[in-house]
Design a protein around this ligand. Structure first.
Ligand SMILES: C[S@@+](CC[C@H](N)C(=O)[O-])C[C@H]1O[C@@H](n2cnc3c(N)ncnc32)[C@H](O)[C@@H]1O
Length: 348
């Protein structure tokens, strides 16, 4: 077994003075400047009307005008927009990630942070006292209920595309895909990741196993990505129905939604679907063995707040579930800075 090298610590800035602690207490203000600018449509607006004066922005966004100057100054100081003379433009990173329609757009993340996570974090104490999620949609059949509501479904699909779009370039590089004929993405949503893999590997065939309401978005999305002819959708419940066999089976951003017992069961089911000579690829924002990565610790607390039994977990736990399923050879790799990939190889 390969054990992942200890990652460099990713922590908040060192706290030394009372002012540092006060700044930390108000850190939510930084997030709200970004999330509110997105909700108001500022980044989309400046993406197509740049440069603009404060008066032009106030008018186009339908704002009152009171507070707009401070709001824009705050965004300048956060590095999201720039002020030159009396006109505002987007910074490079904002242009790249916050303007709808750009390849690295993360609007789905922002909507989830603003509408779901921000209110839920206000209930962190309740979650810690009760062990219960703090979002309206959590609980049994949470995914099915969310997918039945068109507005929630659309927001969820965009958010998942943001997540898999960030992982895709790393995953494409991290594994020798050309040595394999087929891939099955278990919980693969509307096929964004499979679509990107098929785009990079013209010989590869791909499939997604997901809940029945995902069938239509899958057809639409894989058609839009130009890979529909090599992509198949299998509808079902991955806890109760057998998974179709493939050379490579993936479980990405899936295990963290479930309790440790459910994760072990899913790994066993996914391992059974791997063809001889194939591999099972599992990725999540896995936790380092010692608490050295604040962003991943926060992702794990997100799972406390939005799921019944979920959390992030160390790669060693994932390797143990693979071993229990019958896998004897595992590898651990970093997948960019945000995710860890565990690979289990099946002998021929
Ligand atoms: C967090 S998303 C992961 C999406 C994608 N794999 C990624 O990396 O971004 C979890 C996916 O699991 C699917 N899912 C949840 N419960 C399921 C079940 N019981 N059977 C099949 N799919 C399920 C959801 O519909 C959703 O697409």
């Amino acid at each position: 077994m390969t054990i992942a090298p200890a990652p460099a610590p990713v922590a908040a800035a060192a706290l030394r003075t009372p002012t540092d602690v006060k700044r930390l207490a108000n850190a939510f203000c930084h997030a709200q400047l970004l999330l509110t600018a997105d909700e108001l449509g500022l980044f989309a607006d400046l993406g197509s009307h740049s440069p603009s004066t404060q008066e032009q922005i106030t008018e186009r966004l339908g704002l009152d005008g009171r507070g707009t100057g401070d709001f824009l100054d705050g965004l300048v100081l956060l590095g999201l927009i720039e002020l030159t003379g009396d006109v505002y433009t987007l910074t490079d990173v904002a242009t790249e990630t916050l303007v709808p329609g750009t390849p690295r757009y993360i609007g789905g993340f922002l909507r989830r942070a603003s509408r779901m996570l921000y209110p839920a974090w206000g209930q962190l104490g309740a979650a810690l006292r009760t062990g219960q999620p703090q979002t309206a949609g959590a609980g049994p059949d949470a995914f099915l209920r969310m997918l039945a509501d068109p507005a929630q479904r659309s927001a969820y699909l965009t958010m998942m595309d943001s997540a898999s779009g960030l992982v895709a370039p790393h995953l494409i590089r991290a594994f020798p895909w050309s040595a394999y004929a087929s891939v099955l993405d278990v919980g693969g949503c509307r096929g964004n990741l499979v679509g990107r893999l098929l785009g990079a590997y013209p010989e590869l065939r791909g499939a997604v196993f997901d809940l029945p309401p995902m069938a239509e978005p899958f057809q639409e999305h894989t058609t839009a990505l130009g890979v529909a002819e090599r992509a198949t959708f299998h509808a079902g419940d991955f806890f109760h129905e057998d998974l179709p066999t493939a050379n490579v089976v993936m479980l990405g951003h899936v295990l963290h939604n479930w309790s440790p017992e459910e994760r072990a069961a899913l790994v066993t089911r996914a391992w059974a679907a791997v063809a001889p000579g194939g591999a099972l690829l599992i990725y999540d924002a896995m936790l380092p063995e010692t608490p050295t990565d604040l962003p991943r610790t926060l992702v794990s607390l997100n799972m406390l707040l939005v799921t019944e039994g979920g959390s992030e977990y160390p790669a060693s736990h994932c390797q143990a579930w693979l071993t229990a399923a019958g896998c004897t050879t595992t590898e651990v790799h970093a997948l960019g800075s945000t995710d860890t990939l565990v690979i289990g190889h099946k002998p021929r």
